[in-house]
Design a protein around this ligand. Structure first.
Ligand code: ZN
Ligand code: ZN
Length: 102
C-alpha cells in the first residue's frame, strides 16, 4: 500500500472521528484539509480556504437535491468502521487509534 493511500484513509478516519465529536470537518481535498465549521442543520459545507463546496455526509462535491449515498454522518461513520475492520489494513489503524473492532 502506498503512503499516499494510507494518508488518504487516515484523513478519512480523522474526519469521521471529528464528525462524531464536533461540528467541524476537514476539507475533503487532500491538498487542502482546512477545518470547515458546519452550519447547524446544513447539509453543505464550503471550505473558506479553497472554496470547495461539499456534502457533509459523503464528502463529495455538493450534489444539491440529489439523495446522498449516506443517510447521516453517523451511518457513514459506522459503515466506514465496518469496512476498516474487515480490511487488511485495519490492524495498522487500530494500533494507532482509539478505535477497536466490536
Ligand atoms: Zn479546502
Ligand atoms: Zn452526499
Amino acid at each position: 500500500m502506498s503512503a499516499e493511500l494510507f494518508s488518504r484513509y487516515d484523513s478519512v478516519l480523522l474526519s469521521a472521528l471529528l464528525d462524531t465529536m464536533e461540528d467541524v470537518q476537514y476539507c475533503p481535498r487532500p491538498v487542502c484539509q482546512y477545518p470547515v465549521a458546519l452550519e447547524p442543520g446544513e447539509k453543505m459545507a464550503m471550505c473558506p480556504s479553497c472554496g470547495y463546496a461539499f456534502c457533509i455526509y459523503c464528502k463529495m462535491v455538493y450534489h444539491g437535491i440529489e439523495p446522498c449515498r449516506f443517510r447521516s454522518s453517523k451511518y457513514s461513520f459506522h459503515k466506514f468502521m465496518r469496512f476498516t475492520c474487515s480490511a487488511d489494513l485495519s490492524s495498522m489503524f487500530l494500533t494507532t487509534s482509539v478505535f477497536s473492532c466490536r
